[in-house]
Each structure stands twice: as structure tokens, then as C-alpha cells.
Design a protein around this ligand. Structure first.
Ligand code: IPE
Ligand code: IPE
Ligand code: MG
Length: 236
């Protein structure tokens, strides 16, 4: 068991590289995604065991609908499979699940399963596990602005009440701390529309390893590296 000097409160991960992993192993892309869910399981378990407060995982972006229907279908199937096989253990571990993204835009079955997972674990007080599905950072900000405008229109809020905190309270991540550490696997160095507002002062790490190969050693390495970063938040 590793000990860490300073753990991030909120870790966000862009789980990238499943396609390249499949290609490297001469497998279908769906097999890469399936292998990726194994890494997902162990990173969730470890985050819970380490006592990390919040973990946000990017599983499917609003842009991922552009992929081949077969691949989208495989991903949607894995979402169902993941939740039905993991929900008991996650609930036992006191994990509180929240879905980030537009559930209304998902197929009915997926929507149901995700809502059930949120309801069942909603009062749990352990790891706050956020899974981003049909999520886009710009869409999220637009939604928050829309909700705020509706409140202003109804007289429930005044324009002068709209500050940074008020915007944050209308995002999917309301009530959670800002992201401290953002990890994107596979060597790509971009945000791809993930948690734009919440990552304002996050530390970024881009390990070269493909997501299905992201093991506990790689996770620990990122957590140790985080501990040695100097965060200044604009100060001296
Ligand atoms: C990330 O893996 C998983 C999802 C986007 C759902 P990719 O499928 O993007 O893998 P690469 O980038 O093609 O290797
Ligand atoms: C971001 O990865 C989305 C997820 C990991 C779910 P992509 O592979 O879709 O991002 P781009 O297209 O390389 O920017
Ligand atoms: Mg990718």
C-alpha cells in the first residue's frame, strides 16, 4: 500500500486509447472498450480505498455519437453491463454515483439503469463517483446559463446574484470541489470538452499509456506526481 503526502480531493480522468489498444492487439474496437472497463473497475476501487473524495470519469462525449453505429452500440451495451455487474459492490462500498451529462439524450434502457444507480446510491457517503455520459462541457455551461435565466425570469434570482459560485451550483457537478488533478491517458494532450469550468486550476497529467493498460502503478505514479506539484492559484 502506497502512502501519499497530499492526495487530490477531486480526480478527473479522460479514459482515452481503447481504440489504439484494440488495434495494437489486432482486436475489434469493441474489445478495446471492454478491456477498458477492467481498468475502470480497478481505478474506482482504488480511489475508494484511498479515500479520494471525488472521481470523475469521461465515458462518452456528446461528440462520440459521430462514431460508427456499431461502436456506439457496443459502448451503450457496455454501459448497461457495467452498471448491472458493479452496482452491488459499489453500493456496498458506500460509493455515491452521479451521472454527468444529458441523460434525456440516451436510449431508454440506459437512461433507466443510470437513474436507478443514482437513486440507489444517492445517500451513500463514500467516494463520489461521477460518470460522464453524453457529456459536453460547453453544453453543460449552456444548460447552467439557461437554468439561471429561468430563475431570473421567475424572479427567484437577481442578475447581481450571478457570480462564479452561482454558475458552479447550476453545473452537473454542483456541490463538488473543483478538479485538482486531470489525467488523460494515451498521450493526447487536450480536454476534448471535459469539465471546462471545473478544471480552471487543475493540474494536468498526460501519461502515454493507453487506457486499458492504465494500472494501479500508473495511477499511483500520477498521484505521487500531483503531491510534488506546486500549486499557486495566481498567488506568489
Ligand atoms: C476512449 O477510447 C473511449 C471513448 C471515447 C469512449 P477511444 O475509443 O477514443 O480510443 P482511441 O483514441 O481511438 O485510441
Ligand atoms: C474523449 O476522447 C472522450 C472520452 C474519453 C469519452 P475522444 O477520443 O473522443 O477525444 P478526441 O476525439 O480524441 O478529442
Ligand atoms: Mg480517443
Amino acid at each position: 500500500m502506497s502512502t501519499f503526502e497530499k492526495l487530490p480531493r477531486h480526480v478527473a480522468i479522460i479514459m482515452d486509447g481503447n481504440g489504439r489498444w484494440a488495434k495494437k492487439h489486432k482486436l475489434k474496437v469493441a474489445m478495446g472498450h471492454r478491456k477498458g472497463t477492467e481498468a475502470l473497475r480497478s481505478i474506482i476501487r482504488e480511489s475508494s480505498d484511498l479515500g479520494i473524495e471525488a472521481l470523475s470519469l469521461y465515458a462518452f462525449s456528446t461528440e462520440n455519437w459521430k462514431r460508427e453505429p456499431q461502436e456506439v452500440e457496443a459502448l451503450m451495451g457496455l454501459i448497461l453491463e457495467f452498471f448491472s455487474s458493479e452496482i452491488d459492490e459499489l453500493d456496498e462500498k458506500n460509493v455515491c454515483i452521479r451521472i454527468l451529462g444529458d441523460k434525456a439524450g440516451l436510449p431508454e434502457k440506459q437512461r433507466q439503469v443510470l437513474m436507478e444507480a443514482e437513486e440507489r446510491t444517492g445517500k451513500n457517503t463514500g467516494l463520489k463517483l461521477n460518470i460522464a455520459i453524453n457529456y459536453g462541457g460547453r453544453a453543460e455551461i449552456a444548460m447552467a446559463v439557461r437554468k439561471i435565466c429561468e430563475k431570473v425570469q421567475k424572479g427567484e434570482m437577481q442578475p447581481e446574484d450571478i457570480d462564479e459560485g452561482a454558475v458552479a451550483r447550476h453545473l452537473y457537478t454542483h456541490g463538488l470541489p473543483d478538479v485538482d488533478l486531470l489525467i488523460r491517458t494515451s498521450g493526447e494532450m487536450r480536454l476534448s470538452n471535459f469539465l471546462l469550468y471545473q478544471c480552471a486550476y487543475a493540474e494536468f497529467m498526460f501519461p502515454a499509456v493507453l487506457w486499458p493498460d492504465f494500472d494501479l502503478a500508473a495511477y499511483h505514479e500520477a498521484l505521487h506526481a500531483f503531491g510534488s506539484r506546486e500549486r499557486r492559484f495566481g498567488g506568489r
